[in-house]
Design a protein around this ligand. Structure first.
Ligand SMILES: [Mn+2]
Length: 323
């Protein structure tokens, strides 16, 4: 990433006043930590800022708070100078309301992201796929703009790094993520709060849901995949939500025979959200692309309509072909 790019982006932000920050639906720690961390920083330099996310903050991230978080675009003033897309590079990832909103939006757009295959056409982009988290890019911008980082900003950004690297266990962890995490700790980031919220905050209901998911589990030795799913009925019977199945694909990956963890959850009748996790076995973004989705090399996803067994076979065959 060039200094020129950081300079251009800093001045674009400096010259804007009414700013909307947008992150992706089903927000994770990086989407929320990055967007709200940036919001807090821009507040410090007296910008009139809003954060939009289609969905609510999941329980395990409820320690991330934002006064100006909105879930409905009709609450945004119509004199926005700038929209900053954070941790996404496709309007679709922000939801259909945002997609429609962008048709008539004529002012500046900025994209700050670390995913592959950007779909938003903007000359103002800071996309670096070598960054473990978008929070790292946000840190660089805030640092470049010489906005002082307080405990709140540091905690938000560190949440992004910790969740996107699975606590520095994923292969996307590098010296840069460790170095910036270390700086954020110096700025007062509350590591205990992050860890206790993310890892020790599960409800007992989750065990009931996990029992269902594990009873559907299948290992395929040819494709080296660990595959499972849960249905809307499973969520209903165990009184759980999709947040309670967060991290299942990664959990499968913790078993040495499994090279790709696949977790599928039903989002509508016979319509599924597929999460893929790996540690460098094959390029998962390429695999997800074949099904119309996207993501990173080691973490990707897509939506699928049809029979779960057809999906499993199709995935296994494509993985064997790729290998
Ligand atoms: Mn991210």
């Amino acid at each position: 990433m060039s200094i020129f790019n950081l300079e251009k982006i800093s001045s674009l932000i400096s010259n804007s006043h009414n700013i909307l920050i947008v992150s992706h639906y089903d927000p994770d720690g990086d989407a929320l930590g990055s967007s709200i961390g940036l919001y807090e920083a821009l507040n410090k330099i007296k910008k009139n800022c809003y954060v939009y996310n289609r969905d609510k903050i999941p329980d395990y991230l409820s320690f991330i708070k934002c006064r100006n978080l909105i879930n409905c675009l009709s609450d945004v003033p119509n004199d926005l100078d700038l929209i900053i897309f954070v941790d996404l590079n496709d309007y679709e990832r922000a939801g259909s309301e945002m997609e429609k909103y962008m048709i008539n939006f004529k002012n500046n757009i900025l994209v700050i992201d670390h995913h592959q295959n950007p779909k938003i056409n903007s000359t103002n982009s800071l996309i670096d796929t070598s960054c473990s988290a978008t929070a790292i890019l946000i840190f660089k911008i805030i640092d470049h703009m010489q906005i002082s980082i307080n405990k709140l900003i540091a905690t938000n950004l560190l949440t992004g790094i910790i969740t996107d690297t699975s606590s520095f266990k994923n292969s996307n962890t590098n010296s840069q993520s460790l170095e910036i995490a270390s700086k954020l700790l110096d700025f007062g980031a509350d590591l205990n709060l992050i860890n206790s919220s993310i890892y020790n905050d599960r409800s007992i209901k989750r065990i009931d849901l996990e029992k269902k998911i594990l009873s559907n589990f299948l290992f395929d030795n040819d494709s080296r995949t660990g595959f499972s799913y849960c249905t809307l009925e499973d969520y209903r019977k165990t009184n759980t939500t999709k947040e309670d199945s967060e991290g299942m694909a990664n959990y499968f990956l913790h078993h040495k025979e499994i090279m790709i963890g696949i977790f599928v959850r039903e989002i509508d009748k016979k319509s599924w959200k597929v999460s893929l996790r790996s540690n460098g076995y094959i390029d998962l973004s390429k695999l997800a692309n074949m099904f119309g989705g996207g993501g990173h090399k080691n973490a990707a996803g897509f939506k699928y309509s049809g029979e779960i067994e057809d999906l499993r076979k199709d995935l296994n065959n494509k993985i064997i072909d790729e290998k």
